[in-house]
Ligand binder design. Structure first.
Ligand code: VTB
Ligand code: MG
Ligand code: MG
Length: 329
């Protein structure tokens, strides 16, 4: 009976990861219907609506801790919102459409993503920028670190891989704020894959260099996206570090209110995701790891990654939706 007690004390044990994938599948389909229409808001709203209604069918007592923003700016899936029809006590980090601009332009790597973890185990961050660095599994701790120079990190990673630095590819968001970082990386001889948006995908790609050609993710993106990416890394294996960009008093206050007292702190994977996690991502547009949603005359197909750190499973899942609920027949 002892094992029953411990099972019940872990809220994730009452959740099937496949049910979580349904949430991102539905949001991805909704967003993909508006893919390439140049309307970011409409695609985002459709994904939010679909994810919200799907979440309420789950047997969870969930609280959104990383979501669409504060209550006043986000009508749905705002931070603090309760979702689910009752059940396992969990916290959710989600982004119904990660990469609204890439979806609107039908460019690669727009995703719908969600992470589910026991209550209180995900780092709650303000919606500010976060400096990030991430690599895949198989390296000793400390092979790269946020407080080291880009050159140090790239040379150390290359040495650990047993390749020259010019065989390393770093993924970075294409932003003016990265001009110096890009220059420093290029000076080492390493290659850079510049992405327009979607740094959750960027980090996930860095955890699978053989599949994506990306060895390391570097640079500054959203803090909520950092926690989501950390949830993925918890499942894939690998390393991620993040440091909030709290460059104004107002931002430091917002962090302070969430209990984040040291503005310079570097958060490790274990700080961002303090226990087991279920992570699901569905492709909206075609990407390096996931295909986008495909529409056919008699079905819709989705492609998802469903990962569960409890048992170390990474499922690559293609789903055919024939039913009226998704397909609308
Ligand atoms: C990144 C990117 C996201 O926000 O986190 C980015 O991954 C950071 O903000 O897709 P800026 O666009 O201001 O650089 C997104 O682009 C949107 O969530
Ligand atoms: Mg979003
Ligand atoms: Mg986003």
């Amino acid at each position: 009976m002892g094992s029953d007690v411990s099972r019940e004390s872990d809220p994730l044990d009452r959740i099937l990861s496949v049910e979580i994938a349904r949430v991102t599948e539905r949001a991805a389909v909704a967003a993909a219907m508006l893919r390439g229409r140049g309307d970011e808001r409409a695609a985002d709203q459709a994904a939010v609506d679909a994810m919200r209604s799907e979440l309420d069918g789950l047997a969870i007592d969930g609280t959104v801790v990383v979501g669409e923003g504060e209550r006043d700016e986000a009508p749905m899936l705002f931070v603090g919102e309760r979702v689910g029809r009752g059940g396992a006590d969990v916290d959710l980090a989600l982004d119904p459409l990660e990469g609204t601009t890439i979806c609107a332009k039908s460019l690669p790597n727009a995703l719908s993503v969600i992470a589910v973890a026991a209550r209180g185990t995900l780092l709650v961050v303000p919606d500010v920028y976060m400096e990030k660095i991430a690599i895949g599994p198989g390296y000793a701790d400390g092979v790269v670190a946020l407080d080291r120079s880009p050159r140090d990190n790239l040379e150390s990673l290359a040495a650990a891989k047993g390749v020259p630095v010019d065989r390393i590819t770093a993924c970075i968001l294409d932003r003016p704020r990265h001009a110096q970082l890009i220059e420093e990386i290029r000076a080492t001889g390493a290659a850079i894959r510049l992405i327009g948006d979607g740094d959750v995908a960027g980090v996930i790609h860095a955890t699978d260099p053989e599949g994506t050609g990306i060895d390391i993710y570097m640079g500054i993106g959203g803090a909520p996206e950092g926690v989501l990416a950390a949830a993925a890394v918890r499942c894939t294996g690998g390393q991620i570090q993040g440091r909030l960009k709290l460059n104004t008093g107002e931002k430091r206050n917002r962090a302070e209110k969430l209990g984040l007292h040291d503005p310079e702190r570097i958060y490790s994977l274990a700080d961002m995701v303090r226990g087991d996690v279920i992570f699901a991502a569905s492709g909206v547009t075609d990407g390096n790891l996931l295909d986008g949603v495909r529409f056919y005359s008699n079905r819709i197909e989705t492609h998802s990654l469903v990962m569960d750190s409890r048992n170390g499973t990474l499922r690559d899942m293609r789903t055919r939706h024939l039913g009226s609920d998704v397909f609308g027949r």
